[in-house]
Every structure is written in C-alpha cells, then in structure tokens.
Design a protein around this ligand. Structure first.
Ligand SMILES: Nc1ncnc2c1ncn2[C@@H]1O[C@H](COP(=O)(O)OP(=O)(O)O)[C@@H](O)[C@H]1O
Ligand SMILES: Cc1ncc(C[n+]2csc(CCOP(=O)(O)OP(=O)(O)O)c2C)c(N)n1
Ligand SMILES: [Mg+2]
Ligand SMILES: [Mg+2]
Ligand SMILES: [Mg+2]
Length: 325
C-alpha cells in the first residue's frame, strides 16, 4: 500500500503509537505542540536526511534510516555534554512511498531512542517531491555548562570516543557491490556500521564531567571536524597517525577490496558520530576516550586548524554537501 492510498490522519494513526514516550514527556504527539520537562538549560539541534544524499532506499531499510536520523541528532546533543530527552520528526513523502516504509521508520526511531529514555514527541508530515526526514533533538544539561567547539587550548589532549571510518567503509562497500566490483561477505559488519551507527552517547556527559575543553560529534570527517574545533578555538589540532593506526588496521582488508587507503576513511569519512574532544593535560580521560593527538598554538597566518603529524593534509578533509565527491 502506498501513502496516497490512505489519509494523512490514518497514516499518523499507524505511525504515532509506534513511537517511544520518553522519560521527560508531559504530552506527546496529538496536540498542537508537545510538552516536556527539562533539568537545567535546554539543548536543541536539528539535522535533515534526504534520499540519495544521506541514504538510498535500496541500501537501507526504513528502520535503518529512522535509526540513523535519531542517532545523528542524539550525537549532536551528547556532543554538547547534554543528555538527549526528545525528538520531533518531520517527513516529506513522495506519493508512492510504501506505508510499510513509514512504519518501519517509526520502528527504527523507537529502537534508537527507547534505550536512552528519549521520546519521539511529535512531528509533521507532508507530501513532497523527495523523501526526507528532518529531526529536531532536545536535551538537558542538568546544571552543567555546555561543552562548545571553542574551548581547546595549546597543550590539551585530543581524544576520540567511538569508531572512525567504519561508516565510510560500509558506504564504499555498498557502492562497490552495486557496481559488481566486490561481494559483501566479510564487509557486513562495516555495512551495518553505515546503516546503524552507534555513537557513544553517554560519553558526552562523561567528557563534560571530566572537564573537556571542547567537543563535537564527527559527522563530516575527522579532519574537517577537528579543523572546526581548531578554528573555533583559535588553535590547531595535530593528530598522530601512530595513535590512529589501530582503527586504520581494522579497515585494511575492506580497503584493499575496493582499492582505497584505509587512512583516508579514518581521517575523512564521516557519519560514525563518535565524539571528538579536547581535555586539559591534567585531566584523566574518561575510559571510552582514546588519545589521538595534541592541541598546539595556531602559529601561521591562515592556520588550517588541523594537521596530521605536523603537516597539512593535501586531500579533501571530509564531506561537503555542495561539493560531494
Ligand atoms: N539553516 C540554518 N539556520 C541557522 N543555523 C544553521 C543552519 N544550518 C546550519 N546552521 C548552524 O550551523 C552550525 C553547523 O551546522 P551543522 O554542520 O549541521 O552541525 P552538525 O555538523 O554538528 O550537525 C550549527 O550550529 C547549526 O545550527
Ligand atoms: C547515498 C549516500 N551518499 C553519500 C553519503 C555520505 N554522506 C552523506 S551526508 C554526510 C555527512 C554527514 O551528514 P550531514 O547532513 O552533513 O550531517 P551534519 O554534519 O549536519 O551532522 C556523508 C558522509 C551517504 N550517507 N549516503
Ligand atoms: Mg555535530
Ligand atoms: Mg549533526
Ligand atoms: Mg555535515
């Protein structure tokens, strides 16, 4: 059955009951707006996913897209040092979209949110020329100060929690498989990392409590996002190839299959949504964080904000929506 074969009200009646309620929800879907309680300052962020830009329906199920749409937004809340509490989800659906795909999306949203006590408290539906999923996430700081991109200082440790390059590897394997270049056996784990990224959401609060000086989630690529901290803080993050080696080695086999350098995936692949943070040298890193570099002074005019073993990276730094390769 296609979405244009039932009414909008019927579609919402199928979708809404599948959504998780959440521990901070006073009033969920069904009224003009939802009502939530929050402990401390409120955090809000939004990210949109568009068919053929963020997902392909032949590569990801509706549940995979729901999962990723949720996780990508929950990671942005976590990256502020906050605890995510609720999502609102706006969909544009071409008329031929299967109702089952929309129900599957709700299932994926619930699978991602429920374990974290996050509610999907409302949203919007419209017919449209392209399939898109726009998610707004809310979170609470519970008395903590937000961890911004602007607090890194020379001498700080650069550390990362989560995985790097896995989602990019999974995407490359899917693309290669669809062109008949390689078969997927062995790469299933990486494809799963692309379909269902699993960011270390709780590590955001851990980092904030430990005294992280800056933090963000790695969505566009480690180099691009490290550069964002560097530029926002007026410093440079110098990453160490040696400290990144274990993650690179884990991707070696898949990289050989598709003929790329696995270091490129680790340095420039996005969408794993791990947390990149800087910590003053006196701080004990929370257990989920691994040291991958050091913060140095931005000493040259036009400093790029990020280097690898002291050198500027020659290739692309990561994803850019208007210059995707
Ligand atoms: N349309 C917009 N209006 C206002 N601010 C925006 C818009 N798009 C992006 N931004 C802001 O630019 C910053 C970077 O956005 P984005 O790259 O989406 O962040 P992230 O990669 O963390 O999801 C964010 O603070 C975001 O709020
Ligand atoms: C079909 C397809 N092509 C390419 C990609 C790769 N890709 C799309 S968006 C993106 C970067 C992250 O998404 P964005 O919308 O920039 O999230 P944000 O940085 O705002 O959190 C990447 C690596 C993909 N996920 N799917
Ligand atoms: Mg982010
Ligand atoms: Mg984001
Ligand atoms: Mg981005």
């Amino acid at each position: 059955m296609r979405v244009d074969e039932i009414t909008e009200t019927e579609l919402i009646a199928r979708f809404a009951p599948m959504l998780p309620v959440g521990v901070r929800t006073v009033l969920g879907p069904g009224d003009d707006a939802a009502v939530l309680t929050a402990r401390g300052d409120l955090v809000v962020t939004t990210d949109v996913l568009v068919e053929d830009h963020h997902f392909r329906t032949r590569w990801s199920t509706g549940a995979d897209v729901g999962w990723r749409a949720a996780m990508q937004n929950l990671a942005d809340v976590a990256a502020m040092g906050a605890v995510p509490t609720a999502l609102v989800v706006a969909l544009t659906l071409p008329p031929w979209t299967p109702v089952a795909w929309v129900e599957d999306l709700a299932r994926g949203l619930a699978q991602a949110c429920e374990p974290h006590g996050v509610g999907v408290v409302g949203g919007d539906l419209s017919a449209g020329p392209a399939l898109s999923v726009a998610v707004t996430a809310l979170g609470e700081l519970d008395g903590r100060r937000p961890v911004t991109r602007g607090g890194a200082r020379p001498g700080d440790v650069v550390a990362h929690a989560g995985v790097l390059g896995r989602s990019a590897a999974g995407l490359a394997l899917l693309a290669a498989a669809s062109e008949g270049v390689t078969s997927l056996p062995g790469g299933e784990r990486l494809v799963e990392a692309f379909r269902r990224p699993d960011p270390p959401l709780l590590s955001g609060v851990d980092a904030a409590r430990a005294g992280a000086s800056a933090m963000l989630d790695v969505s566009d690529g480690l180099l691009r996002d490290a550069g964002r901290i560097g530029l926002a803080s007026g410093v440079r993050l110098d990453l160490s190839r040696g400290l990144l080696a274990p993650g690179v080695d884990a991707l070696a086999e898949a990289a050989q299959d598709v003929g790329v350098d696995p270091l490129t995936w680790v340095l420039t692949g996005g969408e794993d949504h791990g947390l990149l943070a800087t910590f003053p040298p006196s701080v004990a890193l929370p257990p989920s964080f691994h040291r991958i570099g050091v913060v140095v002074a931005a000493d040259v005019p036009g400093d790029p904000g990020v280097t690898v073993d002291g050198a500027t990276w020659a290739g692309p730094l990561g994803w850019d929506h208007f210059h995707a390769t």
